[in-house]
Write a protein that binds this ligand. Structure first.
Ligand SMILES: Cc1cc2nc3c(=O)[nH]c(=O)nc-3n(C[C@H](O)[C@H](O)[C@H](O)COP(=O)(O)OP(=O)(O)OC[C@H]3O[C@@H](n4cnc5c(N)ncnc54)[C@H](O)[C@@H]3O)c2cc1C
Length: 391
């Protein structure tokens, strides 16, 4: 049986490693990604704020040592979900089971002024380039702004505002700087009132201005102002944006999407096409766009494929649960546990923040690297998950 996994991000790596662990060489897993290395989302903040070097947070796919898994670095050009055939720059491939895990693409140019007069920290290139910009920033008005929903990792803009506070404080620039955070939700983490309250308190204590229920529509480069969705304006010296998200064009062109994202059965993660699954950020399954949810969906799909391979009844179902780490800065991390069940109000809980959870977060990264790449790795040693106090 050939299982074709498109995208070697959180979802694709978890799925491939689970299939390898159970079946080794007895199934053929082809894992495709256009990139040469995996980078954790949170590592973008580590590099941007000088906690880790760019070279240390890139995990090369060529290092994958998983029996039965063949990684192919190439770009997917077309997907035929009926024939389960994929055309790539390296040729065409047919699958018995096709899993689309291509994530969300980012479109900074969709927000007028963002490319010319602002910065974004959601792409790898954007986040890594910001390190030099932040080191050279002499203080002033900083705006962290979300341009549209949905967007990946809903806690990341709040974490960025808190880490910016630490960064400016450590450099002696905080007293003559302002930090504003613009987000399209009424509170920072809607499914977890405890996390939202803790964040709003932290913003208040640090003098970070919160602008909820608004998004940034455009930047005016001539006046250095961000124009918000309610028509109000915020002046800035440094704008850090979260760009518009969309499904990769190849996915939209395949006919798999409805209203921009791939609809899937919320329990089985199957698309409308038999033998074609979709997991993670590329779907509209109803969970936030975050790696922990992509991973949880990959586990269910691995179980379902595993049952098919063994000839067992296919029963694994997705429960919509995810646990995220929320970086409050100053080496304090909280654990937020949220569950999204179809037709029900999402529920969430928070523990911390504490120093102990900062260590947990580093181990979270290390454990994934060990599992996905099949080699001993320590992301803490590499700087991932560290906070400013330990620089
Ligand atoms: C600043 C920031 C902080 C974050 N922090 C966290 C966090 O702490 N915890 C958390 O759980 N999540 C976090 N996230 C979110 C997390 O990174 C994503 O939600 C997660 O990676 C999604 O996993 P995925 O497998 O669905 O897609 P991705 O990981 O995005 O993988 C998709 C893959 O598909 C590949 N691809 C796309 N198109 C093509 C093509 N045409 N051909 C070939 N390959 C292609 C891409 O190269 C990519 O590797 C953060 C994100 C950001 C930006």
């Amino acid at each position: 049986m050939r299982i074709l996994v498109l995208g070697a991000g959180f979802g694709g790596l978890e799925l491939s490693s689970r299939l390898s662990d159970e079946f080794g060489n007895s199934v053929e897993v082809v894992l495709i990604d256009r990139g040469e290395a995996f980078v954790f989302g949170f590592a973008k903040l580590d590099v941007m704020f000088g906690r880790a070097d760019a070279s240390a947070v890139r995990h090369a796919y060529r290092d994958i040592v998983k029996p039965g898994v063949r990684f192919v670095q190439t770009t997917v050009r077309s997907i035929d979900p009926v024939a389960k055939r994929v055309v790539t720059d390296a040729g065409s491939l047919d699958a018995d089971i096709l899993v689309v895990a291509l994530g969300a693409d980012l479109d900074p140019a969709a927000t007028p002024g963002l490319v010319e007069a602002g910065h974004e920290f959601y792409t790898i290139a954007g986040a890594f380039a910001l390190r030099e910009v932040l080191d050279g920033f002499a203080g002033g008005r900083v705006v962290v702004g979300v341009t549209s929903a949905p967007f990946k990792c809903p806690p990341a803009p709040s974490e960025t505002a808190l880490l910016m506070h630490d960064h400016l404080t450590h450099r002696g620039l905080r007293a003559h700087s302002e930090i504003s955070l613009v987000m399209p939700m009424g509170v920072p983490i809607p499914p977890s009132p405890a996390a939202s309250e803790a964040l709003l308190t932290a913003f208040g204590e640090r003098g970070i201005d919160w602008y909820g229920d608004r998004a940034v529509r455009e930047l005016d480069p001539a006046r250095n102002v961000a124009i918000l969705s309610d028509g109000s304006e915020l002046a800035y010296d440094l704008f850090l944006g979260i760009p518009v998200h969309q499904a990769p064009a190849v996915v939209v062109e395949s006919g798999l999407t409805v209203d921009g994202w791939i609809p899937v059965d919320s329990l089985t993660l199957e698309t409308a096409f038999p033998g074609v699954y979709a997991i993670g950020d590329v779907t509209s399954v109803g969970t936030p766009k975050a790696g922990v949810f992509s991973e949880g969906q990959a586990i269910v799909v691995a179980d379902r494929i595993g049952a098919l391979v063994r000839g067992d009844a296919v029963s694994a179902e997705y429960g919509g649960r995810g646990m995220c780490y929320l970086d409050f800065g100053n080496d304090e991390v909280a654990k937020v546990d949220v569950t999204f069940l179809k037709g029900e109000r999402p529920v969430g809980d928070m523990q911390g923040p504490s120093h102990a959870f900062a260590d947990d977060k580093a181990e979270f990264g290390s454990s994934r690297l060990r599992r996905w790449f099949g080699a001993e790795r320590d992301s803490r040693r590499r700087g991932e998950g560290l906070t400013l106090r330990r620089r």
